[in-house]
Design a binder for this molecule. Structure first.
Ligand code: ADP
Length: 300
């Protein structure tokens, strides 16, 4: 039996891609797609040629996070063209192949592998500095397929996104084991939603659920702060949302001998930027999340 013809075609396409990075997570909802989207925005802002491939086949959120909802993939004689969020940021997602966003994709393993292969074979990325691959949560068909398809050309490594809770960290350990078995280097772990930072503004003060008025205690506290320490108004309030009594991701990384890349706070403004398909680095409201993400990405 000769070499797999699909792998030959994939290798041809990947010859023009310098670096390939996988973004993994053990669980869903930890911020993996948000990280993939913002990583791509950041690399593009550094003037790199960037491709973002979303293989989260059952829950593609990348088109929305890049502001590309409702746009379809075009085909030309060079192959399938990515949808461009910027002149140097092309995006391919299963979400862009499905016209109705409410439609559920229910595919078994083989079909998932087929579409991933098809993306890798058909998409004409042109010269890329980075291909960022956003994968679904867990280590299942999609991860196995992408690793098998790209192994020959080499994957630079995987970034694993987690939240601080032990239940999420347990699954990170599985992700690390998967990478080791598959021969993919772990570039490191990002702890997302580590803490909640909120600007102390009127909107955050406690209000009566019935009337919507500020409660008496809140009014008193506000008056007290205004009189005694007005400089505190407008500062950031910080609180730990998730239990981190196990030591969180940094300790786990130490134990496992893998790099800890840093913490990204839970920032309502980052959520808003993601909902609006915007780069947090260009949004002046992302005061706490954007610097955290920037330093992680710059130190990669
Ligand atoms: P996953 O890809 O792991 O399933 P998502 O990136 O889709 O997770 O994130 C789930 C939700 O949480 C999204 O609405 C996203 O905007 C929001 N989110 C992710 N990270 C943060 C953060 N650091 N602060 C606030 N909201 C966040």
């Amino acid at each position: 039996k000769g070499p797999d013809p699909d792998l030959i075609l994939i290798a041809e396409r990947m010859a023009s891609v310098k670096h390939k990075i996988l973004v993994l997570s053990g669980k869903g909802g930890v911020g993996k797609s948000t990280f993939s989207a913002q990583l791509s925005f950041a690399l593009a802002a550094m003037d790199y040629e960037v491709g973002l491939l979303d293989i989260d086949i059952c829950g593609p959120s990348i088109p929305k996070m890049l502001g590309l909802e409702g746009q379809g993939i075009h085909k030309s004689n060079l192959g399938w063209s990515p949808i461009y969020a910027d002149s140097n940021l092309g995006v391919i997602s299963i979400g862009s192949l499905i016209p109705d966003p409410d439609q559920a994709v229910i595919w078994r393993g083989g079909k998932k592998t087929d579409i991933i292969k098809k993306f890798l074979k058909e998409v004409y990325w042109g010269e890329l500095d980075f291909l960022v691959v956003d994968t679904p949560p867990g280590t299942s068909d999609e991860q196995i397929s992408i690793v098998q398809c790209l192994k020959e050309d080499g994957i630079d490594g995987a970034i694993i996104v987690t939240t601080p809770q032990e239940v999420s960290l347990i699954d990170v350990r599985k992700g690390v084991t998967f990478c080791k078995t598959a021969g993919v280097k772990v570039l490191g772990v990002v702890e997302n939603m580590s803490r909640l930072y909120q600007r102390l503004t009127d909107a955050n003060f406690v209000r009566s659920s019935e009337t919507g008025e500020l409660t008496d205690v809140t009014k008193w506290a506000l008056q007290y702060i205004s009189e005694q320490a007005p400089e505190l108004l407008g500062l950031m309030a910080c609180s730990q949302v998730f239990d981190n009594s196990g030591g969180g991701a940094s300790r786990m990384c130490q134990e496992m001998g893998i790099p800890f890349l840093g913490k990204v706070p839970l920032d309502p403004q980052l959520c808003k930027a993601a909902e609006q398909g915007k780069s947090c680095f260009e949004d002046q409201n992302c005061l706490v999340s954007a610097p955290a993400l920037k330093s992680i990405i710059e130190n990669l």
